[in-house]
Design a protein around this ligand. Structure first.
Ligand SMILES: *[C@@H]1O[C@H](CO)[C@@H](O)[C@H](O)[C@H]1NC(C)=O
Ligand SMILES: *[C@@H]1O[C@H](CO)[C@@H](O)[C@H](O)[C@H]1NC(C)=O
Ligand SMILES: *[C@@H]1O[C@H](CO)[C@@H](O)[C@H](O)[C@H]1NC(C)=O
Ligand SMILES: *[C@@H]1O[C@H](CO)[C@@H](O)[C@H](O)[C@H]1NC(C)=O
Ligand SMILES: CC(=O)N[C@H]1CO[C@H](CO)[C@@H](O)[C@@H]1O
Ligand SMILES: CC(=O)N[C@H]1CO[C@H](CO)[C@@H](O)[C@@H]1O
Length: 523
């Protein structure tokens, strides 16, 4: 039950009773208790809020939205403590801040529980716990790095990082005061990373398209994540900063200083620069700011000059390839960019058994090995084999991710279109295609994309590559591979002709394999 006007009316009829009696009048309804909890925390009455949130959670232990509310109580309590510290000029000592740390850790535990329940629910995907957790985690990291015991030292970043990332190291100054927290704080890095990874992966599959993005969603603020990509990139950048152990001013310094860092520090610097995951790297293409180009160049400079010959963990390779593709879109002439052939060579380090490849790796394979017109039939067929086998496993991962949720509720996100170019130039980021409809009002824009009107724009036709195929019993197939049929999912089912026809269409790259846009019967 949401806080609908009708519900508020009911609630107002109950105000003359005591809240407890009203609760009984609602047959101890969990959603009623949840609403009361929210009401209390919005007035900073956290003790009462906690009581009601717990009441709700006990009645409905398998409802992730109610579990999120419970986490929100502690989160807001934590934030209120921080605010009070600032406004009352309380010294940020380990001792003074211990209650805040305790609240943040409790909030994180609640959100973790909420996440578990949300994942187990086959019919919906509530992401609130993940976002709330990384934000609390981020604020907690910020708090830890700012307590006087750390901040007053010259080597504060290093000490703080060492405390959070090593098994045994505990600075003497906080050993006793934070006794109850050491174990959980040392786990914070992994806890946050798990959620950052989960969110990036989720956003690499599903994002609202630009059109839906601009419409305000009329749910209560607790139930929406405004601009999820922004939150993700913001938090993952801060995460890299706090855990790199490199002081702020050095992080901003020259590439050569950073290039000498050890691999795990480099990884954190890459997080800080907006790398770390494919989603955040491609997010830079929406912004198109000078800083994004610079960050990508720095990220690439942190890799050895011959990555084909070095051995990397899978995620480092993903980052490297994604950063190359992104930089090619932003600044095609950057000297840091490796040619497509080199990226193909690097990708051979992905596990040969595709079951061990992450979805991001499989996705990149579908792009890197997309055949080109000038290649021989034999070369093309070899590439189609790689692409088709990657798609087979991508689809399996997709079905796990979507669970039993109707696809219309979780929109598959197209990262790139196949463009009219060769090498890395053939990838056109979605934001570039969408820029041509930028001037239009929201509903005009939606009309244009949905009716296919957008595809008639000469700029798009010039930029994208139209490929040939045919339709057969409602399925769409790509003309190309000799030995196998290459089925392509049409993005809008109604666009598929009912009869069997030869068609042309545009290709989009998604985490479910390529999709067909603007299917047009060829005459
Ligand atoms: C909650 O879910 C667990 C397993 O997921 C189940 O065993 C339990 O009965 C459920 N509890 C309620 C109150 O629905
Ligand atoms: C980004 O994070 C900082 C703290 O690291 C916070 O102050 C700021 O409000 C955040 N911005 C957004 C858009 O989330
Ligand atoms: C693709 O680009 C080339 C050169 O930029 C141009 O000559 C050609 O007409 C384009 N193809 C389409 C279908 O627009
Ligand atoms: C599709 O094109 C092929 C030649 O490439 C032709 O043999 C076939 O008749 C065409 N089918 C239709 C339905 O137009
Ligand atoms: C989308 C994406 O790249 N997700 C990856 C982020 O990184 C973690 C591990 O660091 C991977 O497990 C995710 O697949
Ligand atoms: C650019 C382009 O080929 N656009 C086509 C998209 O599909 C409509 C009909 O479905 C065609 O009229 C456009 O020419």
């Amino acid at each position: 039950m949401k806080m609908t006007p009708c519900f508020l009316l009911l609630l107002s009829t109950c105000v003359k009773m005591k809240v407890k009696e009203a609760y009984e009048c609602f047959h101890e309804d969990a959603f009623f208790a949840q609403t009361i909890a929210r009401l209390y925390y919005s007035y900073d009455r956290f003790e009462e809020a906690k009581l009601w949130a717990e009441r709700a959670a006990t009645t409905k232990p398998n409802n992730s939205y109610i579990l999120n509310t419970k986490g929100q109580v502690y989160r807001r309590w934590f934030e209120a403590k921080l605010k009070a510290t600032d406004s009352n000029n309380i010294a940020k000592t380990a001792k003074n801040m211990a209650p805040a740390v305790d609240l943040a850790l409790t909030a994180i535990e609640c959100f973790k529980h909420c996440e578990k329940v949300a994942i187990a629910d086959p019919e919906s995907m509530n992401r609130l716990g993940f976002f709330a957790e990384i934000e609390v985690g981020n604020n907690l990291l910020k708090l830890i790095s700012s307590i006087q015991e750390f901040a007053n030292r010259d080597d504060s970043s290093l000490v703080c990082m060492k405390y959070l990332t090593t098994q045994d190291y505990i600075p003497e100054e906080i050993r006793d005061t934070w006794e109850p927290f050491h174990g959980r704080l040392k786990n914070l890095k992994n806890t946050i990373k798990e959620s950052l990874d989960w969110i990036s992966e989720d956003l690499s599959y599903f994002q609202k398209d630009v059109v839906a993005h601009e419409e305000e969603i009329s749910e209560s603020p607790e139930e929406t994540v405004r601009n999820p990509l922004k939150v993700l990139t913001n938090v993952s950048s801060a995460y890299g900063k706090y855990l790199s152990g490199v002081p702020d001013k050095l992080l901003k310094s020259s590439k050569s200083v950073l290039a000498n860092a050890n691999p795990s520090t480099k990884r954190m610097i890459i997080y800080h620069l907006g790398g770390g995951n494919l989603t955040s790297i491609f997010f830079k293409l929406n912004n198109q700011q000078e800083k994004d180009t610079k960050d990508l160049q720095t990220i690439l400079s942190l890799y050895p000059s011959n990555p084909q010959n070095a051995r990397f963990p899978q995620n480092d390779i993903i980052n490297y390839i994604a950063a190359n593709i992104a930089l090619k879109c932003l600044s095609p002439l950057s000297p840091e960019i490796a040619p497509l052939q080199d990226l193909q060579a690097v990708s051979r380090q992905f596990p040969t058994d595709k079951r061990n490849c992450s979805p991001s790796a499989l996705f990149l394979l579908t792009m890197l090995f997309w055949p080109e017109d000038h290649e021989t039939e034999d070369e093309k067929d070899k590439k189609y084999e790689i692409v088709l086998s990657a798609i087979e496993y991508l689809k399996k991962d997709y079905w796990t991710k979507i669970k039993d949720i109707p696809p219309r509720k979780r929109r598959l996100y197209t990262h790139f279109f196949l463009g009219n170019g060769t090498g890395l130039d053939k990838f056109v980021h979605k934001s570039k295609a969408e820029r041509y409809t930028k001037g239009l009002r929201v509903h005009e824009k939606r009309m244009k994309w949905h009716t296919g009107e957008a595809w008639k724009m000469p700029e798009l036709a010039q930029m994208l590559k139209s490929v040939s195929g045919w339709t057969e019993d409602g399925g769409v197939y790509l003309e190309g591979p000799i030995k196998r049929k290459f089925s392509i999912q049409p993005l809008y089912l109604p666009s598929v002709p009912h009869s069997n026809e030869n068609v042309t269409f545009y290709l989009g790259f998604t985490f479910k394999g390529p999709v067909a846009y603007n299917i047009t019967v060829s005459r």
